[in-house]
Design a protein around this ligand. Structure first.
Ligand SMILES: Nc1ncnc2c1ncn2[C@@H]1O[C@H](COP(=O)(O)OP(=O)(O)OP(=O)(O)O)[C@@H](O)[C@H]1O
Ligand SMILES: [Mg+2]
Length: 255
């Protein structure tokens, strides 16, 4: 399912924050939304999830028009959000934090929990601990795991590397790449013909589209397929990640 924003305008208290924002995320694609502090990246995610009201423009997930749907219905339609700052419930256990999104949707968990724990083995050892005692990197993995358990088609990640040490950033990067190409279900196929078959199936269902809000340039280049750069609420540059050059970076990203 594609996520497609078209001509989005958003204001807070009468002042325009987003202007004419259009972008597309396809299944299996990691799309980086980049830009300096305060340019409107989080607001874009809030508009997608229904937490910020749009003045104009459309948001579609596959054939579904999301405008007008409540946030919980948008989540059910296939959006998973990992918010900036992660929003872990500090007094709930890791296990409770993981289940909460799926439970809120009335979703029964079967094998998904095992798959999330395979993806983030560190959480497995910590299921009974309080979310609040986890390190920043562990909380980030928990927040991604929680979002995956609602079985999203599109995963929205808001600055997952913020305040996290480099080796955990690498792990998260690997996870993002793996999720986009294999989804939560796919094991890494071993042989050529298996790969052929697996690709067919995964293309149809398992692959996730990922919209990654990120300011860490090297991380975007490492995991991203495409980029959009936002400045003062508008998209000012976009393209395949290979076209992200020094000029663009100097003009719109470095401070
Ligand atoms: N609830 C709100 N009410 C009023 N203004 C807001 C609100 N939330 C954000 N803004 C303003 O909207 C603009 C965009 O904020 P946003 O959080 O989208 O930026 P961002 O690109 O995510 O920044 P950062 O990289 O620092 O997270 C900022 O000028 C901010 O002050
Ligand atoms: Mg933000």
């Amino acid at each position: 399912m594609n996520l497609e924003l078209s001509g989005l305008h958003v204001s807070y208290d009468g002042s325009r924050i987003l202007r004419d924002v259009s972008l597309t995320v396809q299944p299996g694609q990691v799309v980086c939304l980049m830009g300096r502090n305060g340019v409107g990246k989080t607001t874009t995610l809030r508009a997608i999830t229904g937490l910020a009201r749009t003045d104009q423009g459309t948001i579609r997930l596959g054939d579904t028009l999301l405008n007008g749907l409540r946030p919980e219905d948008r989540a059910r339609a296939g959006l998973g959000l990992v918010p900036q700052g992660r929003d872990i419930f500090p007094t709930l256990t890791v296990w409770e934090n993981l289940r909460i999104g799926a439970v809120a949707q009335g979703r029964k968990l079967a094998g998904e929990l095992d798959r999330v724990l395979t993806l983030f083995p560190v959480l497995k050892e910590m299921l009974q601990r309080k979310g609040g005692v986890l390190s920043g990197g562990q909380q980030q993995q928990l927040a991604i795991g929680r979002a995956l358990l609602t079985d999203p088609r599109i995963l929205l990640l808001d600055e997952p590397t913020e305040g996290i040490q480099p080796n955990i950033i690498d792990q998260i990067g690997e996870t993002i790449k793996r999720l986009s190409t294999h989804g939560l279900t796919g094991e890494e196929p071993q042989r050529a013909e298996e790969i052929q078959n697996a690709i067919q199936t995964l293309r149809k269902e398992a692959r996730l589209g990922i919209l990654l809000v990120e300011q860490y340039l090297d991380f975007c280049i490492e995991v991203g397929d495409a980029f959009y750069i936002m400045d003062r609420g508008a998209i000012v540059a976009k393209g395949p990640i290979g076209e992200l050059n020094d000029d663009i970076v100097r003009q719109h990203l470095t401070v």
